[in-house]
Design a protein around this ligand. Structure first.
Ligand code: CTP
Ligand code: MG
Length: 228
């Protein structure tokens, strides 16, 4: 399986002056934790990482310190996550028929989650890791007035990895570009094109490190794992 890792953001909500994936988490950058999980996932054979060129020296230095056996390619990302994935898809080796896309900021995803995604893709065109939501979700208008309350039983929080057939996902990205669709995950493009997206049971600990609180929670979870 081919894996693309979007890492070309700047981490604005983290409030630091550098890309959050380079921030330390229990002794090594977030970036390293994500790569080590991908390395440990037996079904992954190739890793592409989309980043901003300014971060490439730090990415490469980190890669050089890790015991990686799989080929890792750095790919120039774009100004949105959507653009970064687009660039990643163009950089896939031509023989890649299926791809997993996994946010670098989700550094707690386990190797097992990647392997389950690979297995499920054998029979599915598109899938996303997701978990049921715990909160009651409100739809709110611009005046902060609640419009309605969707039934929580039908609500799932999307995570990554997300997996797709390469040909179909490339077509969806091209169509998104032509029609000006702006989305925050790849499944949304697949859905708009009328293609099926299946749910793969995700992991409650597979949080996206977005704010300083997430970093503290991630550290706690990693410590727990190390103690087990
Ligand atoms: N990402 C990317 N290219 C972009 C923007 C984001 O590859 N132009 C990546 C991020 O590096 C991250 C993932 O997409 O691994 C999910 O995005 P998010 O959590 O929003 O990260 P940032 O965009 O960096 O953070 P923020 O939105 O707070 O600025
Ligand atoms: Mg962002």
């Amino acid at each position: 399986m081919y894996l693309l890792i979007p890492a070309a953001g700047s981490g604005k909500r983290m409030g630091h002056d550098r890309n959050k994936v380079l921030l330390p988490l229990l002794g090594q950058p977030i970036f390293a934790w994500t790569l080590l999980a991908a390395e440990a996932a037996t079904s992954i054979q190739w890793i592409g990482i989309m980043g901003q060129p300014i971060d490439f020296p730090d990415f490469q230095a980190c890669i050089d310190t890790l015991p990686l056996t799989k080929p890792v390619q750095l790919i120039i990302g774009g100004s949105t996550r959507q653009e970064s994935v687009y660039n990643g898809l163009q950089a896939l080796p031509p023989e890649a028929e299926q791809v997993l896309i996994h946010d670098c900021a989700r550094c707690l995803a386990t190797p097992d989650l990647f392997d389950r995604a690979t297995l499920a893709l054998q029979t599915q065109l598109g899938l996303i890791a997701a978990v049921t939501v715990k909160d009651t979700i409100k739809v709110v208008d611009g005046d902060l007035l609640v419009q309605n309350t969707p039934d929580r039983a039908n609500l799932w929080a999307a995570q990554t990895p997300q997996g797709f057939s390469v040909k179909q996902l490339k077509d969806c990205h091209e169509r998104g570009l032509t029609e000006g669709w702006e989305v925050t995950d790849d499944a949304a493009l697949f859905e708009r094109c009328g293609l099926p997206v299946h749910i793969l049971p995700g992991e409650e600990t597979n949080l996206k490190v977005t704010t300083p609180v997430d970093l503290a929670i991630a550290e706690f979870i990693l410590r727990q794992r190390q103690n087990q």
